[in-house]
Design a protein around this ligand. Structure first.
Ligand code: MTE
Ligand code: MO
Length: 375
């Protein structure tokens, strides 16, 4: 499936699994969050990761309306001003793409080739969905609440609008919101202008952008992004398990300075405070451990309170870098007893990959960078 090519970069001969032009096209359209942005409790908008299946719709907010219908007593049509005149809340939420880590699987499932940083935390402002559904009059017979985006495309051979559903119980959870602002700004086009869904704790695909309608149905929703995609399965026999909430994960800001191509870190020997973030959609993060020997020995780090009940925690650890080469690892455990695996088990779509992060670091006794003579 993936063939190995040799490439020469900056004087080193390395082997890399061949990446296809199609994956590269997706990767340049959809960027991840640079790991150094883990410094910010709230990710600056432009550094938040991005995933767009089809094209970014161009929306005229003055004529845009959200239609709420299906098996409800009172169908509604809400303008952006209607949404903004309802009770407003702002909440920090960590979002992670379900395919984060996919590019490290072998063979590599063909989709957006994320490494480890398809994540971000933003302060989302909007109105709770529950009262809107109550106003529309959700009937007893309701089985699914379907969220439809304005973006259309073909995936799996199926012409579709991007849509996902929630059970009526999940849709009515108090933290589920329709949001029109991110970090105090109107949603930019790429993050779902003018309105998107936020379902705290769930993987990214749930948070439908560019909402055009919400439809309550009596039958389970069988759309492509719900029934075919976003399932954990190891072969194509059977549907597999639907992907829902985020598994625990910790990431570090790689210490020191990077090598341009390999991202290997160079640090000075001595003590470094290594920092990062950790989150889980299944419970609270209760513990984060750090290792500098590839995961043989672990030390518990200092863990902060979460930025919000639905956002990541900060953590830090004083690492004493002995001269030589190190493999830095970090591992989160949550209140439900879930812990990150050392190695990634393979699955067909490359979803729910939460293996521990590994960063190669070389502690080099040379402390001063000599500026090139011609500068
Ligand atoms: N309408 C629509 N909503 C969408 C998507 C999309 O392609 N279209 N992508 C989903 C996926 S897979 C992810 S991971 C998140 C990414 O949200 P962000 O780009 O704001 O970070 O949006 C979700 N909502
Ligand atoms: Mo995603």
């Amino acid at each position: 499936m993936s063939k190995t090519v040799e490439s020469r970069t900056a004087g080193t001969l390395i082997s890399t699994p061949d990446i296809t032009p199609e994956e590269l096209q997706l990767a340049v359209r959809n960027h991840s969050m640079p790991l150094e942005a883990l410094h910010y409790p709230i990710t600056p908008i432009g550094l938040h990761y991005l995933l767009i299946h089809f094209d970014i719709p161009v929306v005229d907010a003055s004529t845009w309306e959200l239609a709420i219908g299906g098996v409800v007593d009172r169908p509604l049509r809400l303008s952006l001003d209607d949404i903004k005149s309802r009770p407003q809340t702002t909440i920090a939420v960590t979002l992670e793409c379900a395919g984060n880590g996919r590019a490290r699987l072998s063979p590599r499932p063909m989709s957006q080739p994320w490494l480890s940083e398809a994540v971000g935390t933003a302060e989302w402002t909007g109105t709770p969905l529950g009262p809107i559904l109550a106003e529309a009059g959700l009937r007893e017979s309701a089985r699914a609440v379907v969220f439809t985006g304005l973006d259309r495309g073909v995936q799996g051979g199926i012409d579709q609008l991007y849509e996902r559903s929630l059970s009526p119980a999940d849709a009515q959870r108090p933290e589920v919101m329709l949001v029109h602002a991110i970090n105090g700004e109107p949603l930019p086009p790429q993050h779902g202008f003018p309105l998107r869904l936020i379902v705290p704790g769930w993987y990214g695909m749930t948070h439908v952008k560019w909402l055009r309608s919400i439809t309550v149905t009596e039958a389970p929703f069988e759309g492509y992004q719900q029934a075919s995609a976003y399932h954990y399965r190891v072969n194509d026999q059977g549907a597999g398990e639907p992907v829902t909430r985020m598994l625990p994960r910790a990431l570090m800001v790689p210490p020191g300075v990077p090598d341009f191509m390999s991202r290997t870190r160079f640090v000075t020997p001595g003590t470094h405070t290594v920092e990062g973030r950790a989150w889980s959609g299944l419970g609270a993060v209760t513990r984060v451990d750090f290792s500098d020997d590839g995961g043989r020995n672990w030390a518990e780090v200092e863990l902060d309170a979460a930025v919000s009940p639905y956002a990541w925690h900060g953590w830090r650890h004083d690492w004493k870098a002995e001269p030589g080469e190190h493999e830095l690892c970090v591992r989160a455990t949550d209140s439900e007893g879930n812990v990150q695996p050392d190695a990634q088990a393979w699955n067909l779509e490359g979803v729910q990959n939460n293996a521990i992060q590994r960063v190669r670091a070389i502690a080099n006794p040379v402390e001063q960078i000599q500026a090139p003579a011609d500068e």
